[in-house]
Design a protein around this ligand. Structure first.
Ligand SMILES: Cc1ncc(C[n+]2csc(CCOP(=O)(O)OP(=O)(O)O)c2C)c(N)n1
Length: 546
């Protein structure tokens, strides 16, 4: 049967399992919007800014593990997507962006919002080349099956990334055969074939020969659904588990064997234990980036044997040499370690040094935020979703777990991300949802709270009000002799802002206010703006000064 390309695009999204598409219409994409009206599978969400739409799609993808989608018009609609798509690229998220374009017969004539690259217009294709895994301006329909197939393969790959498809207006209205979709492979990619740098016996020897092994669990553990085998290996063999920031929650952080997060802004427990005691590091789906590695600090690896497991060959031995590098599914390798433990009757490893690495106690000025995060941990351990731009406090005070999912601001680390990402995630999953942001970042995206209002999406936004770009201020204090520039500002009245948006406002100055908040607020069914007051001179001090 013949259908319009616009209709085909919608059916393509349905076959990919896209449930929501976040965006904003414009003249050049209206045929696809018109077709979306008839879709039973894909619901549209009107965001306030296309960047917010892309962040929402990213949040949706992160919480579901499936495809997030966004849609915009040509020109400014598309260019407003840039940071959101770059974020998905850096984070390897399966994000599908559909954009409009002027009709092909207008190319080069100076059409309104034209972004064909012809005749001096901006070039949408060039703009997105560096931040997508696959992109096309679809100027004809004869190769449409190949384009859609390539898009699907990229989105459904083991290591996916963003795809951008731009459809000129006249192409959206052309007719094509709907059987095109039958030739597209919508099957998710199977697990990566396992390949190893050394025989299986090496794995057995390394595990058996170590006295103080530590597992460093990354996001790859969560993506592989390996939380259960991870806990089993940790408990059976007595191996403590540290996580990367994105791997936070791969093991329940209330477990006695959980060492917490590795990272400059954490409480430092995992770092201390590894440097002082570990003789074997088992990195599972964990990148060794600037944050995790303390700027590639030698002492984290020095004198230790290293096993690294990842499905992404690009991650293996990227910044260090491993004694054993396995391109394998993390869960499979954990199963293998368990089998070795049973076969060779391995004894539990020594845990006598664990207590030495206990975290220092909290300074009084951190107590309200510590209490708030502890309450979230205690009350919503089963199913909370937390998106966080601030990172510093949650890294130390939030106990994530396979139930309580923590999503730090990763990718390109753009402030103003947590709020739209949390809203996007909440469209996918009905669970208590929190976004934590600074007041600088909040003012970059606070209009998206109205998106939550429009769709009745309950979300709790914790804004840390210090009247400053705190992180920048801290930098200027420590590295630039206190020569402050462009880091202080006045905030609006957040109580009035919340009122005008029609949502609840809570001000938190003290631990007692935290108790009041949890006693009175509906944190699962309402939209709450929680303003946490903070002294701009009280820089969070990471490892020192606690
Ligand atoms: C989009 C974007 N612009 C600029 C930066 C650089 N940057 C990093 S932290 C920061 C300050 C954040 O201030 P605020 O949101 O108030 O949080 P605080 O540091 O006070 O907790 C800035 C501007 C960034 N990460 N992302």
């Amino acid at each position: 049967m013949k259908i319009a390309v616009s209709e085909l695009v919608v059916r393509f999204m349905e076959r990919l399992g896209v449930g929501h598409v976040f965006g904003m219409p414009g003249a050049h994409i209206l045929p696809v919007y018109d077709a979306l009206r008839g879709s039973t599978g894909v619901r549209t969400v009107l965001a306030k800014h296309e960047q917010g739409a892309a962040f929402m799609a990213g949040g949706y993808a992160r919480v579901t593990g499936g495809i997030g989608a966004c849609i915009t018009t040509a020109g400014p609609g598309a260019t407003n997507l840039v940071t959101g798509i770059a974020n998905a690229y850096a984070d390897r998220q399966p994000l599908l962006a559909i954009t409009g374009e002027t009709s092909t017969w207008i190319f080069g004539k100076g059409g309104l919002q034209e972004s064909s690259g012809e005749g001096g217009s901006i070039d949408q294709s060039e703009l997105f080349r560096a931040i997508t895994r696959y992109h096309r301006v679809v100027e004809r329909t004869d190769y449409l099956p190949q384009v859609l197939n390539q898009a699907a393969r990229t989105l459904l790959a083991n290591n996916p990334g963003p795809v951008l498809l731009s459809f000129p207006y006249n192409i959206q209205k052309e007719s094509v055969d709907d059987e095109i979709l039958d030739d597209i492979n919508f099957d998710p990619a199977g697990p990566a074939a396992c390949s190893r740098s050394a025989p299986a016996q090496t794995l057995a020897d390394l595990v058996a020969g170590s006295h103080y092994p530590v597992i460093v669990a990354g996001h790859g553990c969560i993506a592989a659904g390996a939380q259960q085998p991870l806990a089993l290996v940790s408990e059976t063999l007595g191996i403590p588990v540290a996580t990367t920031l994105k791997g936070k929650g791969a093991i329940g952080e209330s477990s006695p064997l959980a060492l917490g997060c590795l990272g400059v802004t954490s409480d430092g427990r995992a770092h201390r234990y590894i440097v002082d005691h570990a003789d074997l590091l088992i990195l599972l789906g964990a990148g060794f980036n600037e944050r995790t590695s303390y700027l590639w600090n030698e002492s984290l690896l020095a004198g230790k044997k290293i096993i690294q497991v990842d499905t992404d060959p690009d991650q293996l031995e990227k910044v260090f040499r491993a004694d054993l590098a396995l391109r394998c599914d993390v869960a499979d390798v954990l199963g293998e370690i368990l089998a070795i433990a049973r076969r060779d009757r391995l004894a539990r490893k020594a845990l006598d040094k664990l207590a030495e690495a206990a975290p220092p106690s909290t300074a009084p000025r951190f107590r309200p935020i510590e209490r708030l995060l502890a309450e979230v941990t205690a009350r919503y351990a089963r199913d909370a979703i937390i998106f966080d731009d601030n990172i510093i406090f949650a890294q130390s005070y939030l106990r994530a777990s396979p139930g309580l999912r923590y999503f730090p601001n990763s990718g390109v680390s753009a402030i103003g991300h947590a709020l739209p990402a949390a809203i996007g995630a909440r469209f996918a999953r009905a669970a208590p949802t929190f976004a934590i942001l600074g007041d600088g970042g909040f003012q970059m995206c606070c209009m998206e709270l109205m998106t939550a209002v429009n769709y009745g999406i309950p979300v709790n936004v914790v804004v840390i009000n210090n009247g400053a770009m705190g992180l920048i201020r801290k930098n200027q204090f420590q590295l630039y002799g206190g020569r402050y520039i462009d880091c202080d500002f006045r905030n609006p009245d957040y109580a009035l802002l919340a009122r005008s948006f029609g949502i609840r406002h809570w001000r938190v100055d003290s631990e007692a206010d935290v108790d009041g908040l949890f006693a009175a607020a509906d944190l699962t069914g309402a939209i709450n703006l929680i303003e946490l007051m903070w002294d701009k001179h009280a820089f969070p001090s990471y490892l020192s000064d606690r």
